[in-house]
Design a protein around this ligand. Structure first.
Ligand code: GCW
Length: 671
């Protein structure tokens, strides 16, 4: 039977090697679990299901180990993790005791994460005997954000329609919801925003709340809480009020009542995600109030309920003479210290919008009194949809490791987000989901790796993206060593290759208008000036790039001096960020010894040619792969190759009209 990709990395096919199986069989004779806790029952059931599959033998479940040994014992143990460790309740400890392997945590959810760690261990060939490990999540709220609409469409979704079938809920629960919950729990995610940030007010109505509650019921045994994006003007649209002013007592009361109503339906409701005063969405600024006024009003509405407000900082105005790079900072940084403790401000990884490479967002490190959620995008809006292979582990990691210098060297974005830099108990990370209703969830089979790596990095940002790529490959595709090496290398290089053939040297936002696919660097007129390509690349007869130094927009001034130093001079700025910050002459020699123009050509040509290398890597793994998965990826790589040439040719030819220089050898087309 062809592998349809549905099972993701939760593939529990019998291990091929009988010797290896025998080893594990000795350590997995039974699963012991006591008590009716649903999350604990999930942990035991998942473990049983996984081990039975992998080891090809029945693994009985029993209430306790009793006198038996050689089994796996699951237990909630208050002291399993030192209470002073951040996010201790969700941590797990795995250790040997009386010849059993114990998976313990202060919470049932922690045991569940530990159970998945055991399965991962077996899937990736690690020994169970003598294994001891302790792990706690470094970030508290680890969420997927779905940009899914009530009518089943997904904004920026490329994997079919929404997985949520609102018209069938609450009566029919598609089994896919459960598998979705399993996948998320297995990588440590604990929250799901089910609807688009461009939100419909319908989700807050008595028609939809039971549907959302039904989903929450599916997620609950997997330790996952459900959240909602809210439409700011809901009190007007569905509440019959004349205003949505956050300081209006009737509006406040409406939200408080609505929140109580939600908690009656969903007692463990996670909270609200809000996009306000951004891209046409209503918000508190419509009433001359600030984002803090709005967020705090919702926080008050949450009252004593255990929920939070995640308020997005993705805001910008249609100002062609300004610099969009600075706008979120200008709106939000002055509000630092003004937010209710239940509010977290959600910031995209970079200042513009999920480009293939961005400098870290200047708000990181600039709002020490506010917990900041890092938002990354798993759906490849600007990265070739579901046709280009772009493994995002390195992109996410690059942002997490970026040094804000907010409190001297080592003040990484990861530390800001985890709350360790500024001692916040609240911390969060969100990935915009790349999931849809297509059978294999993500469209591109390799897109599954992005979902996987996001969850694992959300749990532990110190993990290495290359190691995660390898882990994912072994769990999802093959354990053949040579094939694993070949695919891991492909994944690891894929993002930098994509950057080279689309936006090398710090170019950004030069893609097709509104669709955000393919090249359109010549775009000079759009719905808004800051949606055009020429606004961003600033190409002219002299050179290329957006001057964000003091001579230009001075966006660099939003960063700490040490960061300014790193990016502030065109002579020393790392080439990957050059055109983000500098307008560089076409003939200017760069550190590579080539002029800007020649380097640009070099990157476009070698980048596009590197897709052939991706194809080679994939082809090398063929004997170890399922034929259907092989063919699927191989044909997507063919499209990617054609489109890499499209990007290269479109960009080189367009920029050539400005640079007025020949394409250098050996790339120049024959005359
Ligand atoms: O990335 C841009 C997208 C919009 C999206 C917006 C946002 C949900 O083009 O489709 O809207 O950002 O993040 O709010």
């Amino acid at each position: 039977v062809a592998d349809d990709g549905y099972r993701l990395w939760l593939k529990y096919d019998r291990l091929a090697d009988a010797g290896q199986r025998a080893q594990y069989q000795k350590a997995a004779r039974f699963v012991a679990v006591a008590g009716p806790d649903p999350v604990l029952r999930t942990a035991a059931a998942e473990l049983q299901r996984g081990l039975q599959g992998l080891l090809g033998q029945p693994v009985p479940m029993q209430a306790s180990a009793g006198p038996l040994s050689g089994g796996i014992v699951l237990k909630v143990e208050r002291n399993a993790i030192d209470a002073s460790a951040p996010n201790a309740p969700e941590g797990y400890r795995i250790y040997a005791e009386k010849n059993n392997l114990v998976v313990a945590s202060p919470s049932a959810a922690g045991v569940l994460y530990g159970a998945y760690a055991v399965l991962r261990r077996v899937q990736t060939g690690g020994a169970l005997a003598g294994w001891a490990v302790r792990s706690t999540p470094r970030i508290r709220y680890r969420l997927l954000n779905h940009w899914d609409n009530p009518n089943g469409t997904v904004e920026r979704g490329y994997a079919g329609s929404s997985i949520w079938k609102w018209e069938e809920l609450p009566q029919r629960l598609d089994p896919r919801y459960t598998d979705y919950a399993r996948a998320n729990a297995s990588i440590g995610l604990n929250g799901v925003v089910v609807n688009n940030v461009n939100a419909s007010a319908r989700y807050l109505t008595p028609e939809y709340l039971p549907k959302v509650a039904a989903l929450a019921g599916v997620m609950r045994p997997y330790g996952i809480r459900v959240y909602l994006s809210v439409f700011w003007a809901a009190p007007k649209v569905i509440g019959g009020l004349p205003t949505a002013d956050p300081l209006d007592p009737a509006v406040q009361k409406w939200w408080a009542n609505k929140t109580d109503e939600i908690y009656r339906a969903i007692p463990d409701f996670g909270g609200f995600l809000v996009k306000a005063n951004s891209e046409g969405e209503p918000g508190p600024q419509d009433y001359q109030r600030t984002h803090a006024d709005g967020a705090n009003m919702l926080a008050k509405a949450l009252g004593t309920h255990d929920g939070v407000v995640m308020w997005r900082a993705f805001v910008y105005k249609a100002d062609g003479s300004g610099d969009r790079f600075k706008e979120a900072y200008q709106d939000f940084q002055p509000l630092d210290g003004k937010f209710d403790p239940k509010v977290l401000v959600q910031v995209k990884n970079g200042p513009i919008d999920f480009q293939a490479r961005e400098p870290f967002h200047p708000l990181f490190g600039a709002m020490p009194r506010t917990p900041l959620v890092l938002e990354v995008q798993l759906t490849q809006e600007y990265l070739g949809f579901a046709t280009h292979a772009v493994y995002l582990g390195p992109l996410i990691k690059e942002c997490l490791e970026a040094d804000t210098h907010a409190q001297g060297p080592g003040s990484t974005v990861a530390k800001v987000v985890a709350g360790s830099l500024d001692h916040h108990a609240q911390s969060g990370i969100a990935g915009v989901a790349n999931i849809g209703s297509v059978r294999n969830w993500t469209g591109h089979p390799l897109g599954q790796a992005n979902w996987y790596a996001f969850g694992r990095l959300a749990w532990d940002h110190t993990l290495d993206p290359g190691a995660l790529a390898e882990e994912w490959t072994r769990m999802s595709l093959t354990t053949n060593a040579a094939a694993v090496r070949s695919i891991t290398a492909l994944l690891d290089q894929s993002r930098s290759i994509y950057v080279r053939y689309t936006t090398p040297l710090g170019l950004h936002h030069i893609m097709g208008e509104s669709i955000h696919y393919g090249p359109q660097p010549w775009l000079a007129k759009a719905g808004r000036p800051d949606w055009t390509a020429v606004y961003y690349h600033r190409g002219d007869s002299v050179g290329l790039g957006f001057d964000r130094t003091a001579a230009g927009s001075n966006a660099l001034a939003l960063y700490q001096p040490a960061v300014q130093k790193q990016w502030g001079s065109a002579a020393t700025c790392p080439l990957d960020y050059l055109l983000w910050f500098h307008h560089v002459g076409w003939k200017q020699p760069l550190s590579t010894g080539r002029t800007l123009w020649n380097e640009l050509c070099h990157r476009y040509y070698t980048g596009a040619d590197s897709v052939a290398w991706l194809q080679k890597q994939w082809a090398a793994a063929r004997p170890a792969l399922d034929a259907a998965v092989y063919a699927d990826v191989a044909s997507r790589l063919q499209i990617q190759q054609q489109e890499a040439y499209w990007w290269r040719d479109a960009c080189v030819l367009y920029f050539q009209t400005l640079a007025r220089q020949p394409v250098p050898a050996p790339f120049a087309p024959p005359t």
